[in-house]
Write a protein that binds this ligand. Structure first.
Ligand code: MSP
Length: 628
């Protein structure tokens, strides 16, 4: 059994949880569940970061003491994670005594080892970021993040001898290619380390900031928030000497967003190296991997609480369900790269991947199996090439998902599971079990298909568990699979009975995208109207849509191109009456399929009292002319 320790960043308590926080915590949860599924001994930590200027300021603004403020927001994070079904083993708060004790012990050890000294520092400080900016980073005299003016501050402070570890860190990153991953972030850090590394100021005078952990050797100062916060990963395990620390820390992996790469990839390893040296444990305390993901944006903009453009994660989860939310964020974002969030994309994936591909598969397969009588020793035809294909695809899927998850490539893992879902949908289409069921001579072939499908759904009920915990549980329940899900059982080809199966339809109901409909009678702007592309179209051909009373299929010319449109006007116009007419169409509508015919636009028509009239022109214009 392997041991696995995974952490998320501890979130600042100056704002309530949003999509960005939820993403990190969800992927961490999926990873923790995956490793548990694989049989590992997992410890999964999250928590809140509660000290520092930003929080003191937010509390002051809210008119409450910082601790009361931190209690409230930290509680909101905990509740959010509970509502999202997050399976963290611990939740650390930096205002807890168990954390403060370890921070002070580490500070004292480093001070005693000569790794912390008193010096003077002057620099451009951003109160929003709680950090000094170097001349290189400053943009037109302002903070590159907030775009607000910086304040020049000069003060006596304690410093950590970080510069001393620069050479060691470069070598460490070079010797361990997957220490920081994906590679783009490793390269970013190696690039950063080409310039000389400064010592790190690790204290703030209490005259300026009260809200922090006092330095054990000089109580005129509190600990700089990053030095305090990073240590949470260690303090939550009780620190060196604690059995939990000794068990889990050697397997520590951190998961963060790219915004906090530098503290995690530079300060933290240097701190751990210095601390390890002071304890006579050398490099032993340096964590194993730093896994870095990109940023979610909303329509191209950056989303963060300081900028105020946030999405309430829980509102989305409530609207679309927990599993759909998890699926979307993990599938949409390629781990390491940025992604854009939109409700439309969300609904698109929900309908296509969840309702259509997976939901339909589960409904079709469980309906077919439920119809057949359960049989403990069914007459089974030999494994056909199709069934063999399914077995191989399952094996390959497991292999690829395992290797993707090894690298935190959630999107790739899900993409592969959906390949398998497609294989199964095709398997049903080609074997046509409903036709086999009509022929008593083909019972063996039918049973083979049903066993293969039951086996494949059991496989999905296991491998989907880390990603879609509720849906996976429902699939396992429908199949009467009461075994605790274990990756070791994820294989197709071992089942030779037809289990009793309950039909499971509507696993993921289709949803309509919420349209921002203006209230009836409300005015729209000229820009709203301008989004509708109206054009003159000449009808080249018209014919009834088979089996439909109302629909006509029109072939129209828009000048440069021809289109097929479906119009609900068959009861009012004979096809021949329309040919040669110039009508007005909406040219930028998304395609829609009506009675099996894809329509690429809409003909404008008015109606009143049962009369319908298609809009035509009172003077001639060429096809394609814009109508406004
Ligand atoms: N308190 C520090 C972290 C200390 S860890 C020792 C902090 N907190 S934070 O509340 O600002 O959270 C930052 C983290 O939230 C990011 O690293 C990322 O995990 C997540 N995200 C916040 N906004 C995000 C996006 N827009 N997109 C993706 N993740 C984002 O920094």
């Amino acid at each position: 059994m392997s041991v696995f320790y995974l952490t998320t960043p501890i979130y600042y308590v100056n704002a309530t949880p949003h999509l960005g926080h939820a993403y990190t915590t969800i992927v961490a949860d999926a990873m923790a569940r995956w490793r548990r599924l694989a049989g590992d001994d997992v410890w999964f930590l999250t928590g809140t970061d509660e000290h520092g200027d930003k929080i003191a300021q937010a509390a002051a603004k809210a008119g409450v003491p910082p601790q009361a403020y931190a209690d409230r927001i930290s509680g909101a994070f905990r509740e959010a994670w509970q509502a999202l079904g997050i399976t963290n083993d611990d939740f650390i708060r930096t205002t807890e005594p168990r954390h403060q004790t370890v921070v002070q012990a580490i500070l004292q050890t480093l001070r005693d080892a000569g790794e912390i000294y008193l010096g003077t520092y002057g620099g451009h400080y951003c109160f929003g970021c709680e950090r000094f900016y170097t001349d290189k980073e400053i943009v037109a005299g302002t903070c590159p993040d907030h775009r607000t003016p910086l304040t020049w501050i000069e003060e006596e402070n304690y410093f950590f001898t970080m510069s001393k570890y620069q050479r060691w860190l470069i070598e460490h990153v070079e010797r361990h290619p997957d220490f920081i991953r994906p590679e783009r972030y490793r390269n970013e850090i190696l690039g950063f380390l080409r310039d000389p590394l400064q010592d790190l100021s690790i204290s703030r005078p209490r005259t300026r900031l009260e809200w922090g952990i006092p330095l054990p050797f000089d109580d005129r100062y509190v600990t700089y928030v990053w030095f305090d916060a990073l240590i949470n990963y260690v303090s939550a395990l009780g620190g060196p000497g604690d059995p939990r620390f000794e068990r889990y820390w050697p397997h520590a992996q951190h998961l963060i967003g790219k915004d906090i790469l530098k503290p995690h990839a530079v300060y933290w390893p240097c701190m751990l190296k210095a601390y390890g040296e002071a304890l006579g444990r050398g490099d032993d305390l340096v964590y194993r991997h730093l896994n870095v993901h990109g940023y979610w944006g909303l329509g191209g903009g950056k989303m963060s609480k300081s900028i105020g453009n946030v999405v309430e994660a829980l509102a989305l989860k409530d609207r679309y369900g927990n599993d759909a939310f998890r699926y979307f964020v993990m599938r949409e974002m390629v781990f390491g790269l940025d992604a854009d969030f939109s409700e439309e994309a969300f609904v698109g994936r929900l309908n296509a991947d969840l309702a259509n591909d997976l939901g339909n598969l589960v409904a079709r397969a469980t309906t077919l199996i439920a119809r057949a009588a359960p049989a403990s020793a069914p007459h089974l035809a030999a494994v056909s090439a199709d069934a063999q294909g399914v077995r191989l695809a399952a094996g390959e899927t497991r292999h690829i998902v395992e290797s993707a998850m090894h690298e935190f490539a959630f999107s790739r893992a899900l993409g592969q599971i959906w390949e398998f879902v497609a294989v199964l949908n095709r398997y049903i289409d080609t074997t046509q079990p409903w036709a086999l069921a009509k022929d008593p001579d083909r019972l063996g072939a039918l049973n083979r298909v049903l066993v293969t499908l039951a086996d494949s759904l059991r496989f999905l009920g296991i491998v989907l568990q880390p990603f879609l915990p509720d849906a996976a549980r429902r699939v396992r329940e429908a199949l009467g699979d009461e075994r605790a899900p274990r990756l070791a059982n994820a294989a197709v080809g071992r089942l030779d009975t037809i289990p009793p199966v309950t039909k499971l339809s509507g696993l993921f109901p289709r949803v309509e995208a919420r349209k921002e409909q203006p209230a009836a009678g409300a005015r729209i702007t000229i820009d709203d109207f301008g989004r509708v592309e109206l054009r003159v179209a000449e009808v080249l051909a018209a014919e009834p849509v088979p089996k439909s009373r109302k629909l006509l299929k029109l072939t129209v010319s828009l000048g440069a191109e021809q289109r097929t449109l479906v119009a609900g006007i068959a009861e009012h116009y004979a096809p021949a009456d329309l040919v040669g007419k110039k009508v007005v169409v909406v040219a930028n509508l998304e395609p829609a399929t009506l009675m099996g015919v894809e329509s690429n636009g809409m003909v404008l028509a008015g109606s009143a009292d049962g009369t319908l009239a298609v809009l035509t022109l009172d003077r001639d214009l060429p096809p394609g002319a814009r109508v406004r």
